[in-house]
Structure formats: C-alpha cells, structure tokens
Design a protein around this ligand. Structure first.
Ligand code: URP
Ligand code: ZN
Ligand code: ZN
Ligand code: ZN
Length: 485
C-alpha cells in the first residue's frame, strides 16, 4: 500500500504544538516524527497539521417546514472538506409516528453520497412504546449514542416535558446522551401569533418571537430534567448569555452538560434582520436567531474558559426561493442557515487571529472536544499513531473573500458573503485520501463511511452509581401508629 508523508509542518493538537512529519498508510496515521519519507509527499511548509474538523450538527437533505434542506450528503460533505472539516454528524429525523429504524434507513440511503466520514444522531420527535423499544436497537445495533429533543417547533417536532423525562431516563438505561434544541416552544408560538396579529410579518419578527429568555428557560429546564434522569446533556446551538449561564452554573454544580455555539452566532448579529432587503433578512432566519454583541462576547468567553466546548454550524441550508415561502408570514420561512464550508476559516479568522482563542483551543473546539463528547476519540479528533488520517494542513497566511459564487453548497447565497478570511486549508485529507488541494476539491462520492459511536461507559457508570446511591429509599419503621381515621 502506498504511503504518504506530510512534511515540513507543525503539528497542532488540542494540547501540543511541535514540528514533525506525519506518515499515513491505509488511511491511518502510522508514524509521527522528524525526517519521514514515503511514496508521496505533501508539502506542509509554513502550515499547521491539525485533526480535521468535526461538525457535530448538520441537517443534510432534511424534510423540514414543508420542504427539504437544499444541501445533500454530496454538496454538504464537499462543503465540509473545502473548509477543513472531515466528519459530520447529521440528525436522522423520524416524522411523527414514523419508526426510528425506518428513518435511519432513509438516512443510510441518502448518506451513500458522502465524500467524508459521517455519523448520525437520532431525533425523538414523538413518544410511545415503539420509540422506547427502538431506542435500544438504535444504540446497541446501529451505533448511535445521542438522541435529540426539540423543545420548540410546536405542533411539529416539539416534545413535552413528560416525554422528554421518559426519553432521558431511557437514555440513562442505554448509556446514551440526550441533546436538546432548547427554546420554550409554547411561548414562541404565542409570541409569533401575537406579532402576526399586529401585522409584524417580516423576517425581523422571527427574532422578536424568540427572545433570549425562551432559550434560557428551556436550557435550564432541560438541564434539571437531565439531572433528575441521571444523564449527561448536550445543548445544541447555544446562542445567548442566559443559556450559557444555565450551562455554566450546571457545570459548576458538577453536572455533565455541554454547550455548542454556532459559528453564525459567534460572528453575525441581530442587525441582519433589520436589513431593508427581505431576502437578506430571511436568508438569515434560523432558530435561535442571531443575537447582539453582548451575547456574542459571552459565547467567545465560554469557549476560551471551557464552559462551552464545541463550535458547530447547524448547517441547514435553504435557497432564496425556499425562504420566500414565508413572504407575508415569517413563521413559514424555513429555519436554517449554511456554514459548513466557512466554520473553520471564520473561527480561525475571528478567533485565533484576534487572540480570542489559541490554536490549541481552536483544535479543541472544532475537533478534539467534539470527538470526545461524541465518543469517537481518538479514532477521530487526534493526530496520533493509529488514528484515522482525517487531517487538515492549515495555511495561516492563505486568504479569500467568502462568496456564494465559489462555494460548494448548492444554495444561491452565503450568510458570510464578502467576509475576508485569513487561514484556510492547503490540503484536507479524509482517511488518508487527499480531498482538497489549495481550494480545489477532489471529489470521491461514496468515500465517506458511517462511523459507529458506542454508548458512554464511563459517564453513564458514574451517573448511574450516583443515582443508585441517592435513590429514594423507604424508611423502615417499627411501632407505626394506628391510622388516624
Ligand atoms: O433554524 C434551525 N436551527 N434549523 C435547523 C433545525 C434546528 O432547529 O436545528
Ligand atoms: Zn435546533
Ligand atoms: Zn443583502
Ligand atoms: Zn439543528
């Protein structure tokens, strides 16, 4: 088997920075050290050799709000590789009353086009005995250890607190981890109806209908329900101080809670919704909406201090035509934005180049922390002998101006249009295969493989041990008085 050597670069991991060459054979890293040689050489002079990015939150070709998200596993994983991301974790989304296993089969079919590795979360969109039973198969046989719960999208995907508590307890039994989209869906529905009744029907009303309190309240509620169920909790798209504060407080109290800011919330703010151009504003409609600078500062601080652990995209791209379903009624604008191609360059530019993050913190929040939380470390998220050669050779001097005209995504705009980034991949490697050279994608549909994720033995042992120790116990008493009746 031919060998490849990445030569002349500096290895940057979540905890180390050192000069070394990296040798690859059969898709895995076989040697790291000075003066290596192989059949093929990739020049990394002036570059950082880092674990490829992992995006823990994407929605590719997902049925949602009367349409399908426009990027599928072909364009979506090309976009990922173009930006240095080598694995995505997508959400299998059963429609209400649909079998989890049937939904998974649909996702299996769609993902055969993937150019890079991928895994799935399972969404719990309804509750019943069938879901309870199938969750076991999903974990034990299908290699999925995370279950997403929508606390918003009332009348569609939203689950109630009793359903969430039941599902979280089931996760505890199976050693799986629940995730939440934390927004109070009842309040959002009420505020939306009120805004519409007042004639507030433009995309800016989407932001008004989802103030930070709806997110803070739901985040705190989910954290407390998870604590009562004895499970860790992963909060997706944490966008504001109120949600961050709930996560921070929970972590300080010893709860295993993880928070996931998106690159969009870190770098774009609520003023986007005030744009006079309806299309401009509608293209940025997502849940939660973009927030103000104070909330952005809170998210950046959380990443630096460790109270927030990962940066994702929630890539759920809709074309302008699809967004226009909501002309005259903002509640019909499909919710979602793209970002897969831009997450790493944007985070480097606005994080590392500004001094908000170190290079090592960048690797942690784009890859290593995610691999650990998703339980695929060190197969993914590591530059170690034996790890998959999912790598990015990062050129900190390379610049470009983001433009929809040159992106891999299938949509006709980019929410980061016109932003100049400095720091881009020179090479992206997917299991040792060179998938990007200096901005040019080398496509290989079907190269991507499903990555199985086992349940969490350590965390679930710790939490179930603690639950057992602190479980309610009947007090045995002698001499109980006669009933007073
Ligand atoms: O607006 C969003 N975030 N769309 C994608 C679905 C979700 O809520 O994650
Ligand atoms: Zn969501
Ligand atoms: Zn515009
Ligand atoms: Zn999402």
């Amino acid at each position: 088997m031919a060998t490849k050597v990445i030569k002349g670069g500096t290895v940057v991991t979540a905890d180390l920075t050192y000069a070394a060459d990296v040798k690859i054979e059969n898709g895995v890293i076989v040697e790291i050290g000075p003066n290596l040689s192989g059949d093929e050489t990739l020049d990394a002079t002036g570059c950082y050799i880092m674990p490829g990015g992992i995006d823990p939150h994407t929605h590719l070709e997902m049925p949602f709000m009367g349409t399908y998200s426009a990027d599928n596993f072909d364009s979506g994983t090309r976009a990922a590789l173009a930006g240095g991301t080598t694995m995505v974790v997508d959400f299998a989304l059963p429609s209400p009353n649909q079998s989890l296993l049937e939904a998974l089969q649909m996702w299996d079919n769609k993902s055969s086009m993937a150019h890079c590795d991928y895994s799935f979360h399972m969404a719990i969109t309804w509750w019943g005995e069938q879901v309870f039973n199938e969750m076991e198969t999903v974990v034990r046989e299908k290699g999925i250890n995370t279950f997403k719960h929508f606390m918003a999208y009332k009348g569609a995907l939203m689950v109630q607190d009793d359903e969430m508590f039941a599902s979280f307890q089931r996760c505890a039994e199976l050693g799986a981890m629940p995730m939440v989209h934390a927004e109070n869906g009842d309040v959002v529905a009420d505020l939306s109806a009120k805004l519409l009744a007042e004639g507030n029907n433009g995309p800016e009303a989407h932001a008004y209908s989802r103030p930070t309190q709806v997110e803070g309240e739901a985040t705190n509620r989910a954290i407390m329900i998870a604590d009562m169920a004895g499970v860790p909790l992963y909060v997706v798209h944490t966008s504001c101080e109120e949600a961050h504060e709930a996560i921070r407080r929970a972590r300080q109290a010893g709860k295993r809670v993880y928070g996931e800011p998106l690159i969009q919330h870190l770098t774009l703010d609520e003023s986007e919704y005030m744009n006079k151009d309806w299309d401009h504003a509608a293209r940025r409609v997502m849940s939660p909406p973009f927030r103000n600078k104070q909330h952005q500062d809170s998210l950046w601080a959380g990443l630096a201090s460790g109270s927030l652990q990962v940066v994702a995209t929630d890539h759920c791209a809709f074309t302008t035509d699809q967004k226009r379903y909501g002309v005259g009624d903002f509640t019909k604008i499909p919710n979602g934005t793209g970002g897969l191609e831009d997450r790493m360059p944007m985070l480097w530019t606005y994080g590392v180049n500004t001094g908000r993050l170190t290079m090592n913190e960048f690797v942690a929040v784009t890859s290593t922390n995610i691999a650990k939380i998703m339980n695929v470390y060190p197969k993914k998220g590591a530059v170690l002998v034996g790890a998959d050669a999912d790598l990015v050779v990062w050129d900190p001097e390379k610049t470009k101006t983001i433009s929809a005209s040159s992106q891999q995504s299938a949509i006709d705009y980019n929410v980061f249009e016109g932003k100049t980034v400095k720091g881009l991949p020179r090479f992206t490697l997917s299991r040792g295969r060179v998938a990007l050279v200096d901005g040019e994608i080398k496509p290989a549909q079907g190269h991507g493989k499903f990555v199985k994720r086992e349940p969490y033995p350590a965390v679930s042992k710790a939490l179930s041990t603690w639950k057992e120790l602190t479980a309610p116990r009947k007090v045995e008493r002698s001499g109980i008085p006669a009933s007073g009746v």
